[in-house]
Design a binder for this molecule. Structure first.
Ligand code: NAP
Length: 249
């Protein structure tokens, strides 16, 4: 039996780091990418290896096609046949209204969150589709409840990028369903990670947690478990599906 191989984007911190560690425990060799925080990525790799798992970290900006190609080629070379992609890398910028957003911000958010996810999905399909000689596999996109809620006065651009990810999940799932590839998404709610500091409010989860029906923020590992269920054979008849990991929000 060939080994289970995962490419996971944005594995140096937060939800990606938790998912990388859970995937390794479940027997995946994990090729994780990061944008700039090499030391954090190395810590995740070291933790996995110290527990007997397999992992490597690759600096690769998902919005750059050459970086994405290098990321997947590294996974091919180091681990062999790809069986899973987790499109987790994502960014948001400071809270502001739409009328204040400049084109640079819009390009950055859409390039990372949308184009990056498309480029990685493309490379995964080229490797996993039975119509390209592959053995099938699973793609999990990390969307957001923002896609449903719209994030007014904070980051409508980010919410819209996640709406695009939801549409991509539905369309790509249908496109490759007969080729052995399942495509699903998780929609996290408010999760304790550093992404909220990027929005200018590190304490955002605690500010809004009382408006969550479960009255608390989520932990990255709670999202990782949903991602890994969608990657696993336990969800073998699920494609084009969504799991909201949001405490009922
Ligand atoms: P985070 O703690 O800010 O971590 C972001 C990760 O993405 C880091 O590993 C970062 O690498 C990487 N990254 C950023 N830009 C990248 C790029 N251009 N190319 C490659 N990697 C890049 O974020 P998080 O909260 O764990 O979020 C993970 C995913 O969950 C995102 O898609 C986010 O939109 C989604 N999400 C999060 C929440 C939440 O409340 N936390 C809610 C809904 C959805 P470096 O470490 O090198 O910067």
């Amino acid at each position: 039996m060939s080994k289970k191989v995962m490419v996971l984007t944005g594995g140096s911190r937060g939800i990606g780091a938790a998912t990388a560690q859970l995937a390794a425990v479940q027997g995946y060799a994990v090729c994780l990418s990061y944008a700039s925080q090499a030391a954090k990525a190395d810590e995740v790799v070291a933790a996995i290896r110290n527990s007997g798992g397999e992992a490597i970290a690759v600096q690769a900006d998902v919005s750059r096609e050459a970086d994405v190609l290098r990321l997947f080629e590294t996974a091919d070379r180091e681990f062999g046949t790809l069986t899973a992609l987790v499109n987790n890398a994502g960014i948001l910028e400071h809270h502001m209204r739409v009328e204040q957003m400049d084109v640079g911000r819009l390009e950055r958010v859409l390039a990372t969150n949308v184009i990056g996810s498309f480029l990685c999905a493309r490379e995964a399909v080229r490797r996993m589709s039975t119509s390209h000689g592959g053995i099938g596999g699973a793609i999990v996109n990390v969307s957001s409840m923002a896609a449903r809620l719209g994030s007014p006065n904070e980051y409508v651009d980010y919410a819209a990028s996640k709406g695009a990810i939801d549409s991509m999940t539905i369309g790509l799932a249908k496109e490759v369903a007969a080729e052995g590839i399942r495509v699903n998404a998780v929609r996290p709610g408010v999760i304790y990670t550093e992404i909220h500091a990027s929005g200018g409010e590190p304490g955002r989860v605690d500010r809004i947690k009382d408006s969550v029906p479960m009255r608390r923020g989520g932990d990255a590992l709670e999202v990782a478990h949903a991602i890994m269920w969608l990657v696993s054979e336990q969800s073998s008849y699920t494609t084009g599906g969504f799991i909201d990991v949001s405490g009922g929000r």
